[in-house]
Design a protein around this ligand. Structure first.
Ligand code: SIN
Length: 485
């Protein structure tokens, strides 16, 4: 394995109660680009998860009672350490997840930006006073941390998906236990090492890594000491976890699957639209929930848009994320490659034209060629399922009503994008899209200042922005009476 500048950032055990904990079994973390072993990691059990929850529960009241400014300083220190170790954290991320090194380092900065954002927001957890219904009464509203928060996070953003949940939770005064995806535990454990170096007290930030997803998931969704559960992942698993949280009536937030439309109107700047689509589609080799999934191009500009797009796609370089100039890394595993290929082959059998790509690439086991499909229809699986791979599927439409109707024709509602230069159309379409986030003439919309989240079966709750703290705070009404006596 390529060496880190700071070897102590490579941790292979779970972290709770401010300490590292081994296990009798271990599991392998492999590099998806090469299949090589990156590290063998201690395989924590459901019983270990209970220990982690106990440590978060024990730490809660002290952490919640700290002045917000002190919690903010510790978070800012954590943020600084992430940036200071950006190269090492980026390399670890590329080795376990596969994305190109430049993108991995970008993810570290992106994750750290949430820590900074919520450190600043910690000081602004304002309550409220409300005029009372009688002269001798006053109504006050206090915002208090919900308690222990548990989270399960995905492999596609091994740092940032933890950072934006944990930073909000810690800023609000909650303590936190996370189970990262078993494919990418090393980024999470390195974050724990840096949290410790930042001085975040024992029990406040805990990471439990293991292969018993069911057993650990059961603890994190059913333990009565946990007040809130947050999940990023597929809609199918999210629905199951929501049910598991019901018995203890946990606060739940869900960032689930997407099926993002990308609409190109005939008045759009086509070069800008191609640039936006390239960014939105090929980030992380197409493996993000907000990646464009369905591209709708107005009939009159279809030919020139698809030519320009094909030209731009020629510049993509597939390979191991550690190689210079690579822009598309491997997919996460064999099943992911098979699924992408099945969607492409099925579309092609049903009448789609493969303009480029359409098969695995010989650079390694898990690489799929950037693929461009035209003549795609709404009934094809490639239009209905989250592709999670480097495949662009072009459909055409005739007018604005049809574009909106097609774009909204999905059970998902996470992100949507469109390109137009007509101000009236921009408002009509932005308001008509049934999605939690809309990019207008913009393909990259995620940032710490903005509320990230979906509607419909893409979930609920918002991460980032000042709204991102709400999910971690209870609203307590205090009625003060007897003021006239
Ligand atoms: C995701 O794919 O779940 C997150 C992507 C982002 O934060 O932009």
């Amino acid at each position: 394995m390529a060496t880190l500048n700071d070897q102590h950032l490579l941790k292979t055990q779970s972290y709770w109660q401010g300490g590292w904990h081994g296990a009798s079994e271990s599991f392998d973390v492999t590099n998806p680009a090469t299949g090589e072993l990156v590290a063998a990691v201690a395989d924590a059990s459901a019983a270990d998860a209970e220990q982690a929850v106990a440590s978060a529960a024990a730490a809660f009241s002290r952490w919640a009672a700290l002045p917000a400014a002190e919690r903010a300083s510790l978070l800012l220190r954590w943020h600084q350490l992430m940036l200071q170790h950006q190269d090492d954290l980026g390399l670890l991320l590329t080795l376990e997840q596969g994305k190109p090194l430049a993108e991995a380092k970008g993810e570290i900065a992106y994750g750290a930006s949430y820590v900074q954002w919520f450190a600043e927001e910690a000081r602004r957890v304002y309550g409220d006073t409300i005029p009372g219904p009688a002269t001798d009464k006053r109504i006050m509203v206090l915002k208090q941390p919900v308690g222990v928060v548990a989270a399960i996070t995905p492999w596609n953003f091994p740092n940032a998906m933890i950072a934006r949940k944990a930073a909000a939770a810690l800023a609000a005064g909650c303590t936190f236990v996370v189970k990262p995806a078993q494919q990418t535990p090393l980024s999470a454990l390195a974050m724990a090492e840096l949290a410790e170096r930042a001085g975040i007290p024992a029990g406040v930030f805990n990471v439990i890594v293991g292969t018993d997803a069911k057993g650990i998931g059961a603890v994190l969704t059913q333990d009565a000491r946990i007040a809130k559960f947050s999940f990023t992942g597929s809609t199918r698993i999210g629905k199951q976890l929501i049910k598991q949280c019901a018995d203890t009536v946990k606060r739940v937030s869900m960032e689930l699957g997407g099926n993002a439309p990308f609409i190109v109107f005939d008045d759009a700047d086509l070069d800008a639209a191609v640039e936006g689509l390239m960014a939105s589609k090929f980030r992380n080799a197409g493996q993000t929930c907000v990646c464009t999934n369905r591209v709708f191009v107005q009939q009159g500009v279809m030919a020139s848009f698809s030519d320009k797009l094909q030209q731009a796609m020629k510049a993509l370089k597939v390979g191991a994320g550690t190689e210079t100039g690579v822009t598309i890394g491997p997919l996460i595993n064999d099943e992911a490659c098979d699924k992408v290929d099945e969607l492409v082959q099925a579309a092609s059998r049903q009448g789609a034209t493969v303009l480029c790509g359409g098969q695995r690439v010989t650079a390694g086991q898990l690489f799929y060629a950037p693929t461009l499909l035209t003549d795609v229809t709404a009934s094809m699986e490639v239009s209905q399922e989250e592709i999670f791979g480097p495949v662009v599927a072009l459909q055409s439409f005739s007018d604005e009503d049809e574009a909106l109707q097609q774009a909204n024709n999905t059970e998902y509602g996470l992100a949507a994008y469109f390109y137009s230069r007509d101000i009236g159309r921009i408002w009509r379409v932005a308001e008509g899209l049934q999605f939690g986030m809309v990019g207008v003439n913009e393909g990259i919309i995620s940032n710490a200042a903005a509320p990230f989240g979906g509607v419909k079966q893409s979930g609920y709750g918002r991460e980032g922005s000042h709204y991102g703290l709400d999910d971690y705070l209870d609203c307590k009404y205090v009625c003060m009476g007897g003021l006239n006596r």
